[in-house]
Design a protein around this ligand. Structure first.
Ligand code: ATP
Ligand code: MG
Length: 262
């Protein structure tokens, strides 16, 4: 073999080796990723890891939320408790992907929110319930739910039937479907809001002071709905609250404290 041919032969050989080594690297990376995914505890649906958040107009070290780490499992009901200004609503904005952590990260179902399509996440994986219900008052209960079905692009043949099914699930009679939200009581409106959040069957439901405007008896009834969703439908339900009644009913309480209290 001439020197030239020999060099060619060697370089081709090296090329083959390089490709082979690259393949091994890719395989190792895939294995590592699979291992990491499997290492994520099976029942933990949401993990908040060292999350901090500072609003853009806040002073340099004025964090609304500092170094928070909480884990949440499927099938459990949680309360996040804390005095006014401790960052409860801010934390829900991070969990729902409306804001991004300044530091730390949030992992949903083994995947960092940083790597997810957040619109899709909000429209399919999590349901959000607000203290003030956020319903359209001049539309009927069923129309409010159908609006959410449409907004999420769900292909459902009989949307009204689906809306009524969801309403019955939260203890509202079918005859309420055609009633304008304006003519429903606060407790009934909150039930419609919960039914709406269930329209795309999310794995997780987060609620900001969902019983803040309700009397104790109605609060207990709404809590029963959340309990059932967690314990019978394996959803992870997270409620931000000031209420002792709510804290007594949940499986686990996480406390948020002000920065200066930490
Ligand atoms: N848009 C904003 N811009 C700047 N700072 C904000 C903004 N929203 C909230 N904050 C500040 O972040 C901190 C946490 O607010 P957040 O609303 O999360 O508290 P909270 O625990 O939900 O209070 P509450 O129980 O009163 O609802 C507060 O100091 C608040 O002033
Ligand atoms: Mg709040």
């Amino acid at each position: 073999m001439t020197n030239k041919k020999k060099n060619n032969y060697i370089s081709k050989d090296n090329l083959g080796k390089n490709v082979f080594q690259k393949e091994i690297k890719v395989k190792n990376k895939e294995n590592k990723e699979a291992k990491e995914k499997n290492a994520f505890p099976k029942d933990i649906i949401l993990s908040i890891k060292n999350a901090s958040y500072r609003y853009s107009d806040a002073e340099e070290d004025d964090y609304a939320l500092k170094n928070v780490s909480f884990d949440f499992e499927s099938g459990k009901l949680y309360a996040i408790r804390g005095r006014s200004g401790t960052g409860k609503t801010t934390l829900l904005s991070l969990i729902s992907g409306l804001e991004k952590c300044t530091e730390g990260e949030i992992i949903f179902d083994g995947k960092s929110l940083k790597d997810m399509n957040l619109d899709k996440y909000r429209n399919s994986d999590i349901g959000i319930v607000f203290q003030s219900y956020n319903l359209l008052p001049f539309m009927t209960a069923a129309e409010n739910i159908i609006l959410s079905i449409d907004a999420n692009g769900l292909k459902i043949k009989n949307k009204k039937e689906k809306a009524i099914e969801l309403m019955e699930k939260v203890g509202l009679k079918a005859s309420y479907a055609d009633r304008k939200v304006l003519r429903l009581s606060g407790g009934e409106q909150q039930r419609v809001a919960i039914a709406r959040s269930l329209s795309y069957n999310p794995k997780m439901i987060i609620a900001d002071e969902p019983t803040g405007n309700l009397d104790k008896q109605t609060e207990t009834e709404i809590l029963e709905i959340f309990k059932k969703l967690a314990h019978e439908e394996n959803k992870c339900v997270i409620i931000v609250t000031h209420s002792q009644n709510v804290c007594d009913a949940v499986d686990k309480i996480y406390d948020l404290k002000k920065m200066q209290e930490k």
